[in-house]
Design a protein around this ligand. Structure first.
Ligand code: 2AM
Length: 468
């Protein structure tokens, strides 16, 4: 084989196949490999026409067809498969070659792999890729972190493969270490929150206002052209229009309400707890999926739910729901960017937050009209994104409608984990006074943990048993 390929993609599941096709269609020669060779063969036979794609069936063969320094991108299942491939390919590599992990790896695993790569004088990038199968083929949002010299080796390929927006490709070098996968993880955490916020609005329309699915669909159809225009609102409008061929009902009505999760939302919450950054909205989005999974218990306890008498639905209610969704989206982004900022300071990631907003504007699941505004807001350096001049007055204007929505839902027993916690988040951040004085007194009572005073410097302890 004399072909000199520009890059290799390992892992011929749909994401890997689509990314290989996308890169090849930008004019780069791509070598491909899969653990089970039949999948590679099938891909070549069924999907490759005249794209410059070279199938390989051993890792030695793969290493042999690559231009040096070699550039190898792993698109395999996160976890053990990544480690296994790295171990297997090491003997075929030379100093200066680059490995890219394009899966949803945990950023700490990426940091461990970077150290391993350095031991072998290799370069390593941990790269978030968002946009699903469609994005991988037509232009995803790509979030690379790791060795900067490594990025320079693939910059042209990745930037051409990425989605393109008015201010450039949706791909940029984000920072050292596991920063790329960290940013992708937080992206997914925000994604969990916005998905859940949309689902809650749907639930209010369906259960509190007893709207039929086709009417709910029309609202989402309208909103996809509004200030909350976004990929997730758009796919919701499309989903709600699909009929089940068996029952002729809207397909969504026959889908079991038990959500699965792969773990990136949970990781975001865990990391936020470790960093001491409050992320109630993302946490509640993760928990909402956990609740959904207990279908049997929920069904068993359902007789204890109070009966809902559907409420009237006018343009005012529609406005309240849309603005509640807008509010939840702004608060979820605000929370996610606060976490990115804290992690950047803690881990030395040197993240440039407006640039992250920019590369999320196209290709990825989070793409929304709001991101251009977020980009501007992030340059303001407000303590939190929602408190920027770009958003604050609007947030305050819509707040009464959010309160009305959450209030009605609480009255009638419709759970709003994300919309409710978005409101709690706003109220917590804007409360100069919180009841933590009483918590401190309780801690000091039973554990002599001490407290500080508002009127004196120093640390105090009271013998509460004696004086109460
Ligand atoms: P396969 O086709 O041989 O199963 C998504 O699952 C991709 O990750 C597929 O290309 C799959 O290869 C690969 N993959 C999953 N687990 C793997 C493992 N333990 N070792 C190698 N590749 C793996």
């Amino acid at each position: 084989m004399t072909t000199q390929c520009d890059i290799a993609i390992i892992g011929m599941a749909v994401m890997g196949q689509n990314l290989a096709l996308n890169i090849a269609r930008k004019g780069f020669a791509v070598a491909v490999f899969n653990r089970t060779g039949e999948k590679t063969q099938q891909f070549i036979t069924e999907r490759v026409a005249d794209e410059p794609i070279v199938p390989t069936y051993t890792l030695a063969e793969l290493a042999g067809v690559l231009r040096k320094p070699r550039r190898i991108m792993l698109m395999v299942k996160a976890g053990q498969a990544v480690d296994e491939f790295i171990t297997a390919i090491l003997p075929h590599l030379e100093p200066g070659d680059l490995l890219i992990d394009g899966g949803n790896s945990f950023f700490r695993d990426t940091e461990r792999r970077i150290a391993l790569a350095e031991n072998h004088q290799l370069l390593f990038l941990g790269t978030g890729v968002s946009g699903g199968e469609y994005g991988a083929l037509h232009g995803p949002s790509i979030m690379p972190g790791g060795h900067r010299e490594g990025y320079l080796l693939v910059q042209e390929i990745l930037e051409k493969a990425a989605a393109q927006v008015e201010d450039g490709p949706c791909c940029a070098y984000l920072g050292p270490g596991g920063s790329g996968h960290f940013v992708k993880m937080v992206h997914n955490g925000i994604e969990y929150a916005i998905m859940q916020a949309i689902a809650e609005v749907y639930d209010l329309m369906r259960r509190l206002y007893a709207l039929p699915t086709d009417m709910i669909q029309r609202f989402f159809e309208e909103w996809k052209e509004s200030e909350i225009a976004s990929y997730l609102v758009e796919i919701t409008a499309r989903i709600l229009a699909v009929k089940d061929p068996h029952t002729q009902k809207p397909l969504v009505e026959v889908i079991l309400d038990a959500a699965e999760q792969k773990g990136t939302g949970k990781w975001t919450s865990q990391v936020a707890f470790d960093l001491g950054v409050p992320t109630p909205i993302i946490n509640q989005a993760v928990i909402a999926r956990s609740f959904s999974f207990f279908k049997e218990i929920r069904t068993q306890l359902a007789p204890h739910h109070s009966e809902i008498s559907p409420l009237p639905f006018t343009s005012h209610e529609a406005q309240c729901l849309k603005n509640s969704l807008l509010f939840a989206m702004v608060m979820a982004f605000s929370e996610g960017f606060a976490l990115l900022k804290a992690a950047s300071q803690e881990s030395g990631y040197t993240l440039h937050l407006p640039e992250i907003a920019r590369i999320w504007k196209g290709g990825c699941i989070l793409r929304t009209a709001l991101l251009s505004r977020l980009q501007r807001a992030l340059t303001e350096n407000a303590p939190l994104l929602f408190a920027s001049a770009e958003f604050l007055s609007e947030v305050k204007t819509i707040l009464p409608q959010v309160r009305e929505t959450v209030h009605k839902a609480a009255n009638w027993g419709i759970p709003l984990p994300v919309l409710g916690s978005a409101l709690t988040s706003f109220d917590s951040w804007t409360s100069a006074v919180l009841p933590a004085n009483l918590l401190q007194a309780q801690r000091d009572f039973f554990g002599a943990h001490t407290y500080r005073r508002i009127d004196q410097e120093g640390v105090f302890h009271t013998n509460w048993e004696e004086c109460s």
